[in-house]
Design a protein around this ligand. Structure first.
Ligand code: UDP
Length: 442
């Protein structure tokens, strides 16, 4: 007799809140909307992550459906990874060290899934597809344009001699037209792509808010519609002290209302607090321009480290968002109809920023003082903030953001394109019996 299968789908997420949020929301949809038993595998470290806890731990206020099972893999000690390891290498090391534990869970008869969904940074888990005869799907946490670009890379590799960065002109990648799989190059068997987005979290409920976060929402309640600028740089983005000072002065000069999530500055990298969001110890008064907090009292609110982003973006008083253009933040902003001031820091954020500003027309990009430092001066901050909050250009950006909000709602509603695509995949998974066909091909 076949052992009873308790799990339909296992979802493996890489470390970092920016990928955990969409994969967890996706898992909730599978379990709540489509009735699947989902096992959510979390790669853990010995560092606390309050932001992750509030998402995944019922004792920290997380609300988790009964058929979604969060499984913590044994933690990796972060101190065994050299300080100067890049973010990408750090993630891939943590994933590598957890692979054996993933295999153990997947082999367990009661947790052996019919399908495995992995985060893009967990591609080494693709091997489990062959080994365990289960189909493996990659959840692509960023935009379709980047997926197109990634799939096109092997073509470019053939066409370009030497490094891509040495090319004299722009790298031409066909835009958003669809590709027939048979037209793609031999080296990449094109996988089917399921467009199921935007996958974003719901606005934070009041029960999950810290007192200072609750205060910032009450403050927003008393401001006029679309009059407040929200500023935060993702789960771990940080600025240098010089940039933080210019941003502070620029905001003050603009005299626009704001809610600003401030983190301790660092010169190391733009993704300085990636693994430690929410755990900064020193207070904003130590690194903001002297007297800033007193002079802007009433005009704006400074929140330390972490704010309830979805609740703020969905608030009627919020008019624009200074964002690092991480893909979650981008989707969240546009799903709320809020235009952006694009301030990319690391990873694929510069590509997102260029697309939002130049192709879609929902963002404005400040001009940096020089290419070397990438510093945005206070006058430029004042200019773009005024432009988006008060100018005609801001109104046009807001109109386009609202159009996108409407299309997102339509796609996600029952019968919409994203809903239907996910329903089709779920029907396939539900109808599958892996024990009946042990040798099926991935
Ligand atoms: N976030 C939040 N409060 C903050 C900063 C970020 O709730 O003060 C959430 C935000 O809503 C988003 C995620 O953290 O869901 C950040 O993901 P994104 O892809 O934008 O950036 P990353 O953290 O991956 O750079």
């Amino acid at each position: 007799d076949n052992p009873k299968q308790a799990v339909d789908v296992a979802v493996l997420v890489s470390p970092g809140i920016g990928h955990t949020i969409p994969l967890f929301e996706f898992s909730k949809r599978l379990s709540v909307d489509h009735g699947l038993e989902v096992c959510f595998l979390v790669i853990t470290t010995n560092e606390p992550s309050p932001a992750q806890d509030s998402l995944l731990r019922p004792e920290a206020g997380a609300v988790i459906p009964p058929n979604l099972h969060v499984v913590d893999l044994p933690p990796t000690d972060l101190s065994t990874i050299p300080e100067d390891t890049t973010l990408g290498d750090r993630i891939s090391l943590l994933v590598k060290r957890s692979l054996e534990s993933v295999r153990v869970v997947l082999l367990e008869p009661t947790s052996r899934p019919k399908a495995l969904v992995i985060d893009i940074f967990c591609s080494e888990a693709l091997e489990f597809g062959q080994e365990l005869s289960i189909p493996v799907y990659t959840f692509f946490t960023t935009c379709a344009a980047l997926l197109t670009f990634s799939l096109y890379l092997p073509t470019l590799d053939h066409e370009v001699e030497g490094e891509f960065t040495d090319m004299p002109g722009p790298i031409r990648v066909p835009g958003c037209r669809s590709y027939r799989p048979e037209d793609l190059l031999d080296p990449i068997p094109a996988p089917p792509v399921y467009t199921i987005g935007p996958v974003i979290k719901q606005a934070e409920g009041s029960e999950m808010l810290t007192p200072s976060n609750a205060e910032s929402l009450t403050w927003l309640d008393r401001r006029p519609p679309e009059s407040v600028l929200f500023i935060t740089f993702g789960s771990g983005g940080t600025l240098t002290i010089e940039q933080l000072t210019e941003l502070g002065w620029g905001l003050e000069l603009s005299q626009q209302r704001f809610v600003w999530v401030v983190r301790a500055p660092t010169d190391v990298s733009g993704s300085g607090t990636f693994f430690k969001a929410g755990s900064t110890k020193s207070g904003p008064e130590e690194y903001l321009p002297e007297g800033f907090l007193e002079r802007t009292r009433g005009l704006g609110v400074v929140v330390q480290s972490w704010a309830p982003q979805m609740a703020i973006l969905g608030h009627s008083s919020t008019g624009a968002f200074i964002s690092h253009c991480g893909w979650n933040s981008t989707l969240e902003s546009l799903s709320c109809g809020v235009p952006l001031i694009a301030w990319p820091l690391y990873a694929e954020q510069r590509m997102n920023a260029a697309m939002l500003a130049e192709d879609i027309g929902v963002a404005i990009r400040p001009v940096t003082m020089d290419q070397g430092t990438g510093l945005v001066g206070r006058d430029e901050v004042e200019r773009v903030v005024r432009m988006v909050m008060e100018g005609e250009e801001g109104k046009a950006l807001r109109r386009r953001a609202r159009d996108l909000k409407d299309s997102a709602e339509k796609a996600l509603s029952c019968g919409g394109t994203s809903w239907e695509t996910l329903a089709t995949v779920c029907r396939e998974w539900k109808s599958k019996d892996i024990y009946a066909a042990p040798n099926n091909k991935c």
